[in-house]
Design a protein around this ligand. Structure first.
Ligand code: CAA
Length: 252
């Protein structure tokens, strides 16, 4: 199996499992990851995903050995990498837990997630320029939105490594988690999310992502409509009642 799924309470951990290839993304691992996430996304008992790799590599990018066998015609007709669009339709929040290398498609996979936690030894980068190509799973677009044009240009045109602390400083990484037991720390954060209303979590994800797609004016209207719609949910009544009754809410 190229991806190991483990459910701990309401969190599902997807561990990339091609360690000999530094978790390089070939078609098999991509399909296993995305179809697994899709299945769990439908389950009411799942409140958060964590995607991770191992201590050496979160993921060293798209599989160069697979790609070198393809010509333009195959790339074009297969619409290579278009399957990743399904990933961006997953509704449940996804945390990337990045240890070691997150290069090329690995960095892009992290950016497809909603929160990126990195260990101090994580290293990011988009080295495709060194292979005679450009990022192909959204790197030019998502990195630019995260860190701005100037930084994205410099990182992608040079193909240089971006250490975890710099990645945090420029806004690529949500937070660097220092200290021992990195995965325990990430799991704790995921489990906090799973205590909240699942509908509110999914609505938050959808609404923040909308900010990347629309004007401020349209985004504000979208946000307000989603906000109003949450007044149809039991969890809104529960959350507000619990506050007023000075007790911890019990969301379903
Ligand atoms: N694809 C296929 N195989 C890869 C790979 C990749 N992206 N990255 C590493 N591997 C393989 C190596 O070929 C090697 O396999 P063999 O033992 O069979 O030779 C094995 O993983 C271990 O790798 P290294 O021996 O190179 O390990 P290292 O510790 O010396 O170096 C590294 C680690 C710096 C990450 C180096 O492996 C590296 O630079 N990898 C390629 C990174 C890269 O260019 N990624 C971008 C890919 S293109 C892409 O992702 C396009 C896109 O936008 C989607």
């Amino acid at each position: 199996m190229n991806v190991l799924f483990e459910k701990i309470d309401r969190t599902v951990i997807a561990k990339l499992n091609r360690p000999k290839h530094l978790n390089a993304l070939n078609s098999d691992i991509m399909h296993e990851l995305i179809s697994g996430l899709q299945e769990y996304d439908k389950q009411p008992s799942v409140g958060c995903f964590i995607i991770t790799g191992n201590e050496k590599a979160f993921c060293a990018g798209a599989d160069i050995k697979e790609m070198i066998q393809k010509d333009f015609s195959e790339m074009f007709h297969e619409d290579y990498f278009s399957y990743w669009e399904i990933f961006s339709r997953i509704k449940t929040p996804i945390i990337a837990a990045v240890n070691g290398y997150a290069f090329g498609g690995g960095c892009e996979l992290a950016m497809l997630c909603d929160i990126i936690y990195a260990s101090e030894n994580a290293v990011f980068g988009q080295p495709e320029i060194k292979l005679g190509v450009i990022p192909g799973i959204g790197g030019t677009q998502r990195l630019t939105k995260l860190v701005g044009k100037s930084k994205a240009m410099e990182i992608i045109l040079t193909g240089r490594n971006v250490p975890a602390l710099e990645a945090e400083k420029i806004g690529l990484v949500s937070k660097v988690l220092t200290g021992p037991n990195f995965m325990d720390q990430v799991l704790e954060k995921a489990q906090l999310l799973t205590t909240y209303s699942k509908t509110a979590l999914k609505a938050t994800k959808e609404t923040i992502n909308q900010a990347l797609e629309s004007s401020l004016k349209d985004g504000i209207v979208f946000e307000r409509k989603v906000f109003h719609s949450l007044f149809h949910t039991e969890n809104q009544v529960e959350g507000m009642s619990a506050f007023l009754e000075k007790r911890i809410p019990k969301f379903n």
